[in-house]
Design a protein around this ligand. Structure first.
Ligand SMILES: *[C@@H]1O[C@H](CO)[C@@H](O)[C@H](O)[C@H]1NC(C)=O
Ligand SMILES: *[C@@H]1O[C@H](CO)[C@@H](O)[C@H](O)[C@H]1NC(C)=O
Ligand SMILES: *[C@@H]1O[C@H](CO)[C@@H](O)[C@H](O)[C@H]1NC(C)=O
Ligand SMILES: *[C@@H]1O[C@H](CO)[C@@H](O)[C@H](O)[C@H]1NC(C)=O
Ligand SMILES: *[C@@H]1O[C@H](CO)[C@@H](O)[C@H](O)[C@H]1NC(C)=O
Length: 460
């Protein structure tokens, strides 16, 4: 990536007469952004990338400083933001202690009999998006998305306090709730692409920073023993180690990825987090030549973590667009006998069992409602014309699949199409990518509206 994001919490210094404040989770800064740059209490304007700062709960810790200037084009004042170095409260507990007896992972499918909750971070994004939709039916359908359980991506240390508020709400709402999260902050993240490069660098204390990120998450989860937490572990990372070690950026990250993922598994296990390691998708590890190397790597990682029974299996199709099961393969899948997720899973399962890895799966269908959209199966960035897919369900027609889930919150962007911007990946300006698109993670309103309109099954 082209710049180092420190992810300091940035406190906007604005003149006292400026009273407007951005709402919870709203945008509060970024190049050419002209709205309010402070947030309603207790939210803090937090730097995400040069194009996007967002109101997140509380303050966040930082190890280095970062500053940026937000220039308004619609008024004459300019606002300089500077970093805050305050420590977030409640996250400094050491978590390297031994397993807590209060956490007993459920045997069997963790989704059965549990109430998976929508993710409040995404709900707030949708609530901000709905007033911008002019078509009444689309707005009504968009409101349905708020009710659907979707994973919360902890893609920056600055989002750990939001996990705390999410778990507190889940604990207060009853005893049978399940919260879904994605662990996604490896050093040198996204080694084979650029759009989702993250905040930590291996060359700049990245492994230690990652372990601290995990420690903070574990400390928060420890406070809520009545909530079941399901986590997807590090999308794309192990899949890149299976197929992309010829990319020097991936071979350089291999040791750190393995060390960090092993640490994450071990520490999350101490607080009973049910884990699914990310396993790419049918068009990646599902090619016959990749199945055995993948099963072998997953088996090795699990063994290196001490084979905790909290690792339940694998997550597939995360943030991708593949069918769960189809009788009419998308033309872009040609050549792969495993042209849908269920075929991939069914082919991989026996190899996993031989590698002493549990053959249980969850499958993302959040953006898989429409097919035949891609020029190449490997295209992944904001695929044009995509629609929300099958709703989360444990009726999966497969004893290998615990649940269909929505991991990717549809509407959060995959990457920028601006070729001069930081983290630009040319995949995001291919002809099948929706453009112009903002930075990865930023809200992409037009894309969200299309997902709603093209939802299959329909939302209303
Ligand atoms: C490796 O990463 C650096 C930094 O993001 C990037 O400039 C370079 O193009 C990448 N190398 C390859 C082969 O993609
Ligand atoms: C910012 O505004 C300037 C002037 O209107 C424009 O040229 C530039 O493209 C804008 N940048 C972004 C990132 O929108
Ligand atoms: C990385 O993996 C993808 C998916 O298998 C593949 O298409 C691509 O060719 C790989 N790149 C390298 C450099 O190995
Ligand atoms: C399971 O099979 C039934 C009957 O073919 C089908 O209606 C249903 O959509 C399938 N469920 C999923 C999740 O594919
Ligand atoms: C693209 O990014 C460059 C570099 O950050 C910026 O100067 C330019 O205004 C951006 N263009 C658009 C159309 O957003």
């Amino acid at each position: 990536m082209k710049h180092t994001i420190s992810l300091a919490a940035l406190v906007a210094l604005v003149p006292a007469y400026v009273t407007a404040q951005a709402a919870e989770y709203a945008q509060c800064g970024g190049i050419n952004y002209s709205g309010p740059t402070t947030c309603v209490s207790p939210y803090v304007c937090t730097y995400s990338n040069p194009y996007y700062s967002q109101c997140l709960p509380g303050t966040s810790s930082s190890s280095s400083s970062h500053s940026t200037t937000t220039t308004s084009s619609s008024s004459s004042h300019s606002t300089t933001t500077s970093s805050s170095t305050s420590k977030s409260s409640g996250t400094s507990t050491s978590t390297s202690s031994s397993a807590s007896s209060t956490f007993t992972p459920p045997a069997g499918n963790p989704f059965l009999g549990k109430n998976a909750l929508p993710n409040p971070f995404y709900t707030a994004e949708i609530q901000a998006a709905i007033p911008l939709i002019s078509d009444a039916n689309t707005a009504k359908a968009a409101a349905v998305v708020e009710t659907i359980p979707t994973f919360f991506w902890i893609d920056q240390v600055a989002k750990v306090p939001t996990l705390d508020t999410t778990l507190a709400a889940a604990a207060a709402a009853g005893s049978n709730n399940l919260v879904e999260i994605v662990i996604y902050d490896l050093p040198n993240r996204d080694c084979h692409a650029k759009a989702s490069n993250g905040e930590f660098q291996i060359s700049d204390n990245g492994v230690a920073n990652y372990e601290n990120y995990i420690d903070q998450i574990v400390a928060v989860i420890k406070k809520y023993p009545t909530v079941t937490v399901v986590a997807v572990i590090e999308p794309d990372s192990l899949a890149n180690l299976v197929t992309n070690l010829s990319d020097p950026n991936c071979s350089a990250a291999e040791t750190a990825y393995k060390q960090c993922i092993t640490y994450a598994i071990q520490q999350l296990s101490t607080v009973g987090v049910i884990q699914y390691l990310d396993a790419g998708h049918a068009g990646w590890l599902g090619w016959p030549a990749n199945l055995q190397p993948a099963a072998t790597l997953f088996g090795q990682i699990l063994q290196s973590a001490g084979t905790p029974n909290t690792v339940r299996g694998l997550a597939t199709n995360v943030a991708n667009y593949n069918s769960y099961q189809t009788n009419s393969p998308d033309p872009c899948t040609q050549g792969d006998p495993n042209y849908d997720e269920l075929l991939y899973i069914t082919a991989l399962a026996p190899l996993l069992q031989s590698a002493n890895f549990p053959a249980h799966f969850i499958v993302d269908q959040g953006r898989s409602g429409q097919q035949n959209l891609r020029q190449q199966w490997g295209d992944w960035c904001n695929i044009k014309g995509a629609g929300f897919g099958i709703r989360p369900t444990t009726n999966t027609n497969s004893s290998f699949v615990d649940s269909i889930v929505w991991v990717k919150p549809g509407g959060e962007c995959d990457g920028t199409s601006n070729s001069s911007a930081p983290r630009y990946d040319s995949t995001c300006s291919l002809s099948d990518a929706d453009q112009p698109s903002p930075q990865a993670g930023a809200w992409f309103q037009e894309y969200f509206q299309t997902l709603v309109q093209k939802a299959n099954p329909p939302l209303i």
